[in-house]
Design a protein. Sequence first.
Length: 204
Amino acid sequence: MSDTPKFEVIDRRKMKADEEKEQTPDKKPEREPASSEPPAGPRLVTSEPPAAAQAEPVEAASDEELPGELPPAPSTEESRQQKAAYDASAQRIEDLVRAQNPGMGAPPPVGFEHLVQQLYLSAMIQMGAGTQEGQRARVDIMGARQTIDLLGVLAEKSKGNLTEVEDRMLQTVLFDVRMAFLELTNMISMQGVQAPPPPPTKKR
């Protein structure tokens, strides 16, 4: 049996019932400390990654293994009640914020273009865009690749369900970030294959 951890999907509908019991939850077993040795290979991120990023990667379970581990899907009525509660909670927060900022108008509704824009900005920042002048760019090339791949998944899964404008925007953004990734990786490759400077000659 493989020791690779699998996804654990938590049924959040049980959270409310657990809170009503007001019982002290069992302590989770302590994880073994992560190795202090740095990973092999180049490291492009100049600052220390957050604690969450230092956790061991979780391998995604295959499609054949997931159905047996997933909790039952919420019913239509459960989804409707949860959506209504979410909307009411979001409205209360919005009312509080607007009460403290009377001049602020109502935020625009979130649409598909906001999702694409968020992924685009994340990918460009991970590739060093937006660095202030005089500062060294921080590049997370593997994170950028993952974000770009997410845009690719979005394009594949939404095929046939987008308007012409939405599809053109998504394809343009995907082309742009892939081109930026190619240019950046070419620069990194060129820096990696440069010959070292010759050793200084001894003066006689």
